[in-house]
Ligand binder design. Structure first.
Ligand code: GTP
Ligand code: SPV
Ligand code: MN
Length: 623
């Protein structure tokens, strides 16, 4: 046995775990966290089934009716632990300037001194799961390995669906391979003999989501939910990976990746950055509407893209994940049929409602079934009826309720989704949630203008993060909560890509800015959205092919009404004008917000962005 014994706890590492650094780290962390036992995950189906059963026994999971939702479970979290906690998330770089003004920062030594006593004994009375995973196809040159130590079996089973998790990771790691150590605890140790009084242990008082970019470590304390706890996702694949990409000349982005194939069989690839809960999953699974016979959209990824410039002058994107942790409310067979089909079986649902026949329900499903159920158990375990909802406003599902499902459940999965070479990107799309001001779609005239559009993107906040909802904030590149270094340096990194690619003589991907969310005076969305977004995607392809002339605006090139394919949709020119109009007064106010945003980011802000702003202001004044 190659496992050392620490404080009476035998590591019991399986013989196939041979990485010396990993074994030493697990021993150290076991000594620190003091779990009752250690469980080495092998990623097998039998292990998944066993852990799910254990979660059922503990009351964390409810097994759903196998006739309705085979292989699926419902977990309901503590009401205090339902979303990412941005105010508790830290980038602990050695220099404060490297974290930048948009990240919380503490110097690494102080943060280590803060976390040490919290992690000391944090897993008492619990099992420490060792969860080895690969972000990106196993063994590919593009992938990165992480090992998560967690006291949450919920995390272990979610990681099985969200990543390439299991024994094969150790073969890739070998004796001396590199991995990102990911420490996670729910922060709820048990005294000797004490039993959990809750099915969702977490720490309601203290939470820390901490990244040390220089040493590539992640330490997460106190939450069991989503991006706070599934550390391969936002923590590794975005915050740590973005700093790796900066040093190594590539990009880690909060982007969906899709393929779109024309009836003639020509295929394009698009990557889109929309802020959390602003439509990435949806767009990545788009079903073309009436009028688009022969068009096909296929999913490469729904949340994260790693993008590398290649010698052939193109940018290639891979999806480092293997599953989707997606927003449930609003999803139904009309808005996203591919997503609904993905959820037929083998799903973990979190914070949705339970029907009387053991199935799941969330707001938006009434559009499928033609009505709201008479009775449900809501996400907090309470009785829910339409009458109660009317009286109290209680939602059956939490607005940030999510599903976890393997990508292979998706009927629209692209054949190249798993290809380590990635797919060549033809266009980038940036889109926030804006009730006013920002038009349906415009195309940047230059790379610089595109970076400006992305860098100044605003969006109304959503339930994906803890805090006030519906407030417009700047969310540059949809990366505000996920950029692991100084935002202005990140802008420069994007600007540098232009020259890298131009040197190889290739046309750069086009950059588009979109907004599906303009509302009318009654507060209703004007643009029908969802599958109808295909009409905008088609215009983008026409632009790539040089087949749509467009019209110059002060904020890029916009489509003319006649350039959009309207077959099968009743959307007249007046409605089109409501979603595409550029209002001078509103934009004057908007540009003041850009000014404030750039003032906040003044340190290392590329001069080109300030020049671009001046040019936009001039065009606006001339309007
Ligand atoms: P994260 O997983 O948080 O990063 O979110 P996401 O960007 O993948 O968002 P998702 O596709 O899950 O959509 C979030 C919410 O927006 C859901 O309630 C959708 O129904 C809704 N939504 C998505 N696309 C559209 C659209 O085109 N129009 C409108 N009005 N709503 C949309
Ligand atoms: C997001 O908030 O952008 C998500 C969900 O994709 S979470 O993984 O919880 O961050
Ligand atoms: Mn996301």
């Amino acid at each position: 046995m190659n496992a050392p014994t620490m404080q009476g706890l035998n590591l019991n590492a399986p013989a196939y775990v041979k990485n010396a650094r990993l074994l030493a780290w697990v021993a150290d962390m076991a000594a620190l966290c003091k779990p009752d036992s250690i469980f080495w995950c092998d990623g097998s189906q039998a292990e998944y089934d066993q852990l799910c059963q254990q979660l059922v026994n503990a009351g964390t999971f409810k097994k759903l009716n196998p006739a309705k939702r085979p292989g699926s479970f419902l977990a309901c979290s503590d009401p205090s632990d339902v979303a990412r906690v941005e105010d508790r998330t830290y980038i602990c770089s050695a220099q404060k300037e490297d974290a930048g003004p948009t990240n919380n920062w503490m110097n690494p030594a102080d943060m280590r001194a803060t976390l040490q006593p919290l992690f000391d004994g944090c897993m008492k009375g619990r099992t420490m799961y060792v969860v080895p995973f690969s972000m990106g196809p196993l063994g590919s040159h593009i992938a990165h390995i992480g090992v998560e130590l967690t006291d949450s079996a919920y995390v272990a089973v979610n990681q099985k669906l969200m990543t390439r998790m299991g024994k094969a990771v150790y073969d890739v790691l070998g004796v001396d391979g590199e991995f990102v150590p990911c420490m996670h605890t729910v922060g709820a140790p048990l005294a000797a003999g004490e039993k959990d009084t809750t099915s969702w242990p977490c720490n309601a008082k203290t939470k820390y989501i901490v990244h040390y970019p220089e040493t590539r470590e992640i330490w997460s304390y106190g939450s069991g939910y989503g991006g706070n706890a599934l550390l391969g996702k936002k923590c590794l694949a975005l915050r740590i990976a973005s700093t790796m990409g900066r040093n190594q000349g590539w990009l880690a982005e909060h982007m969906l990746i899709l393929g779109v194939t024309s009836p003639e069989g020509k295929k394009y690839h698009v990557a889109g950055a929309f802020p959390s809960a602003c439509g990435k999953t949806n767009f990545s699974m788009l079903v073309p509407p009436a009028g688009f016979d022969g068009w096909k959209v296929t999913t490469i990824g729904d949340d994260i893209a790693w993008i590398k410039p290649h010698a052939d002058g193109k940018m290639y994107a891979i999806n480092p994940e293997a599953g989707y942790f997606g927003v449930a409310p609003g999803t139904n067979t009309l808005t996203n049929p591919n997503c609904m089909a993905s959820l037929d079986k083998d799903v973990i649902f979190t914070n949705v409602a339970l029907t009387d026949d053991g199935d799941v329900w969330w707001e938006g499903m009434e559009k499928d079934t033609g009505g709201v159920p008479d009775h449900l158990i809501d996400w907090q375990g309470k009785d829910w009826t339409p009458a109660i909802a009317k009286e109290t406003g209680a939602k059956a599902a939490h607005p940030n309720a999510r599903f976890t499902v393997g990508a292979t459940n998706n009927p629209a999965l692209d054949s190249a989704w798993d290809d380590p070479a990635g797919v060549p990107i033809d266009a980038f799309i940036f889109g926030g949630r804006r009730s006013t001001t920002v038009p349906l779609v415009t195309e940047a005239r230059t790379w610089m203008e595109g970076v400006y559009m992305a860098a100044t993107m605003g969006s109304e906040t959503t339930a994906a993060a803890f805090g006030a909802q519906g407030v417009v904030r700047r969310d540059p590149f949809a990366m505000l909560p996920f950029c692991g270094y100084n935002m202005s340096d990140y802008f420069q990194h994007w600007l540098d890509m232009e020259h890298k690619l131009e040197e190889s003589g290739h046309t750069l991907p086009k950059i588009f800015c979109v907004n599906w969310f303009r509302k009318d005076e009654a507060g209703k969305f004007v643009w029908p959205g969802y599958g109808e977004n295909m009409r905008v995607l088609k215009w983008m392809i026409d632009r790539i092919e040089g087949q749509a002339q467009g019209a110059d605006t002060m904020f890029g090139v916009a489509p003319q009404y006649a350039e959009i394919t309207w077959t099968g949709l009743d959307f007249n020119e007046a409605q089109f004008n409501t979603v595409t109009s550029i209002d001078k007064a509103a934009w004057t106010e908007e540009l003041k917000l850009h000014t404030a945003h750039f003032e906040q980011l003044a340190y290392h802000l590329p001069q080109g962005l300030l020049d671009t702003k001046a040019a936009i202001e001039k065009r606006l004044a001339d309007m």
